[in-house]
Design a protein. Structure first.
Length: 500
């Protein structure tokens, strides 16, 4: 077996920067294209009905292939999978940026999603197996969790700047430069470790069942946004998803080489962490969507101004993430920190319901956004760290993929539900306030946003109760404050023993 030099502390932090770049690229790409869509539609000439597929193609491929991508990283190797994901994502982005037809653009977006499903879990798995010293691990997950939480807002800002300064195509071309920087770092700083022991096999039936189930789940909720909840296609896909996912669980109980050993998700702390990430994902994507609508359509902000408006939220998210993972999680554990973040999220959402057509940004919009930023920075790093803590490194990739899947499914569910509820609230308001004037239309939009915020607050409130009940108390089982230490006499800077 090939020997490798110790991974010094400096190399580990550069590795964090590399995987952070990849994670940022994947998360921001879920929103960076949104602002560019009107320009792309005018350039390529596709209809309003077709426009949704530029977004949906990415989320469908990403969400349905995440567990497969995580398992591939376990089987093929972290470094190799990471590099393949970066190169593939860059090629797909270049194709999308150069697309001369709507069909090519959608195909490129689906291709981006497929390679993102390789990248996202592999990045988190690299982080999990690189940072094994508890204090360093906390800091690393603080940074990574902040990126996961803030990436959507950064995407909105970047999308506005690129669309206004250049054109819509640069929202895709920019990924080529980010991927190139990450690729250089990966080639130099992510170690390749030879595998020890027999190579496990891929669970093909399990892969087909869970990929089909996740596809149906994401497609069903996406279709609900466009065709409504009474659409046969919506319920048909959601029903098929439930059946396939149930069959997947049953198969995992008997599979010789399970894709996702159920012990990973049935662990009480990990299960609570996955659910917390899902709820935070639902709230996060909802807030970006409706606050962006409010800023641009009600207050008349430009795309760049709307993106800049989220900067205080991002700053608070980063600050809370660092304070939480370095100080509060080791002291209080996720059982205190995650519910506290959920309560902050509910408070911020309720605060947003008071916005109206005359609200001032500094006095009325920025404070609740900062509260929600603090909430995300409190929830995401602690949950992501807990979700991957103590997992056998043979399954670090698929465990990491489950974290990403939770966030993606949460985003799909939250966006679909909040969109539907907001649209219903707007329709009801217009029906009860005739004749419809521009002022009535403005009030209907505000009523729809407020409805979405109230339901978002309900999501976070439910998350607070769930996480308070499910997370173990500190000292009960594995805790973040007492994560596994290197063996006595081992080099604290040595790379993980298991090979990838």
């Amino acid at each position: 077996m090939t020997s490798h030099p110790p991974a010094t502390a400096g190399r580990r932090w550069i590795t964090l920067a590399v995987v952070g770049l990849a994670q940022l690229m994947v998360v921001l790409d879920a929103t960076v294209v949104n602002i560019a869509l009107p320009s792309a539609q005018a350039d390529l000439g596709f209809t309003d009905g077709q426009r949704q597929w530029v977004i949906t193609a990415y989320s469908l491929a990403f969400g349905s292939l995440l567990l497969l991508g995580g398992r591939i990283s376990d089987l093929v190797g972290r470094k190799r999978t990471f590099i393949i994901g970066l190169v593939g994502f860059a090629i797909a982005s270049a194709l999308g940026g150069a697309a001369g037809t709507y069909e090519l653009l959608v195909a490129a977006r689906a291709m981006q999603g497929a390679f993102a499903a390789l990248l996202a879990p592999t990045a988190l798995a690299v982080l999990t197996t690189t940072f094994v010293i508890p204090k360093e691990r906390a800091r690393a997950f603080g940074v990574f969790g902040a990126i996961a939480g803030a990436g959507g807002a950064i995407g909105l800002l970047l999308g506005g700047i690129l669309t206004e300064a250049f054109n819509w195509r640069w929202n895709l071309y920019i990924n080529v430069f980010i991927a190139a920087a990450a690729l250089i770092g990966a080639l130099i700083y992510i170690p390749f470790m030879a595998r020890t022991g027999p190579r496990p096999k891929l669970d093909v039936p399990g892969t087909l069942l869970v990929s089909g189930g996740l596809f149906g789940l994401v497609f069903g909720f996406s279709n609900a946004e466009t065709d409504g909840w009474d659409s046969p296609l919506t319920w048909g896909m959601l029903s098929a998803a439930v059946i396939l996912l149930a069959a997947f669980v049953l198969w995992q109980l008997r599979a010789k080489h399970p894709l996702l050993p159920l012990t990973i998700v049935l662990d009480r702390n990990r299960g609570a962490a996955f659910l917390s990430v899902m709820i935070a994902g639902a709230g996060m994507f909802g807030i970006f969507l409706f606050v962006t609508y409010y800023l641009q359509l009600t207050l008349g902000y430009s795309p760049i101004q709307a993106g800049l408006a989220f900067l205080p939220m991002i700053g608070m998210l980063v600050l809370a993430a660092q304070l939480g993972t370095n100080i509060f999680v080791p002291r209080f554990g996720p059982k205190v920190l995650v519910p506290s973040g959920m309560v902050l999220g509910a408070i911020g959402m309720i605060w947003l319901t008071f916005l109206d057509a005359t609200s001032a940004y500094a006095a009325n919009v920025m404070p609740p956004l900062m509260v929600i930023g603090a909430a995300m920075g409190t929830i995401m790093p602690a949950s992501m760290q807990t979700a991957t803590l103590g997992v056998d490194r043979e399954f670090a990739g698929v465990a990491s993929a489950t974290v990403n899947t939770s966030q993606q499914v949460g985003g799909s569910i939250g966006t679909a539900l909040l969109n539907t509820l907001a649209a219903t609230a707007a329709a009801d308001y217009l029906a009860s306030h005739t004749p419809v004037t521009p002022e009535v239309g403005l009030d209907a939009a505000l009523a729809s946003y407020a409805t979405a915020y109230w339901w978002g607050a309900a999501f976070f409130a439910a998350g607070a109760v769930m996480s308070a009940l499910l997370f173990r108390r500190r000292g009960s089982g594995v805790s973040l404050a007492h994560s596994p230490q290197p063996a006595a006499g081992a080099d604290a800077d040595a790379p993980p023993v298991i090979a990838h």
